[in-house]
Design a protein around this ligand. Sequence first.
Ligand code: B1M
Length: 225
Amino acid sequence: MVSISKGVLKITEKTELFEKLAKCVVDGDEEGAKQLAEEAIKNGIDAYEAIMQGLAVGMNKVSELYEKGEYYVPEVLLSASAMNMAVEILKPHIKIDKTTKPIAVVLGVVEGDIHDIGKNLVKIMLDAAGYKVIDLGKDVPIGEFVKAAKENGADVIGMSALMTTTMPGMKKVVEQLVAANYREKVKVMIGGAPTTMEYAETIGADMWGKDASSAVGIVKRLTAH
Ligand code: B1M
């Protein structure tokens, strides 16, 4: 655990704090992550910077370890929980421009699919970045995406699928958007282990997200005017 005095930190101390935040996520250290998030606030560190340069860096490392087979689902869940707890402390301190309408993202796992670990990470990252996330959860009926997008005036629909058998649900959502004359009003981002950019293009989605961190940059690009 770091011990940091109150006040403005030097760049090296700030870097050290970010590295420790990242390590807490990798280690699934919930208490450590919470304590460091509080230290960051006390020391006037920008909350969004602490999330992106600390917590998110740790989560990306966790994804790498999972892909290499060095981490399993329980470790990923613990890391996500550590990240989530720290985000909850940092989130109220994120500087958001309240004069403009927040960008709204409807997010969910497509029908027939209950794998929501990745989607929840995407939610954490989008939340942290200040987007308004309408989380439809998992196993979301196809029609719910279009309905929720219309009801909330969403800028982006984000869909996740983890099975080759449920991926076609994403195509159906895009088809429903076209049928409802709503395709021009909303951007579509997809993600999940079996999906690819090529698949996104095939089904008429706008973008594919490799991981939770890249989802933030994608929403930013898709909604830039
Ligand atoms: Co299941 N499962 N599972 N499973 N499961 C897979 C997906 C599978 C590949 C395992 C295998 O056979 N090797 C296989 C699917 C095969 C196929 O494609 N057809 C499979 C199967 C078959 C099943 C069941 C059918 C098993 C059964 O009951 N016979 C059943 C399905 C039930 C259903 O959905 N209807 C089932 C059940 C389960 C559990 C409940 C036990 C559990 C899910 C718990 C939960 O999610 N709450 C589970 C798990 C954990 C897995 C594996 C092991 C791990 C998935 C995961 O969480 N990855 C998985 C095997 C594997 O992937 N190696 C497997 C970690 C997560 C962080 O990664 O979700 O890819 P991921 O998300 C990443 C990126 O993809 C990206 O960001 C995330 C973070 O960086 N991303 C986005 C994700 N969504 C995004 C959206 C975006 C942008 C980026 O924009 C919108």
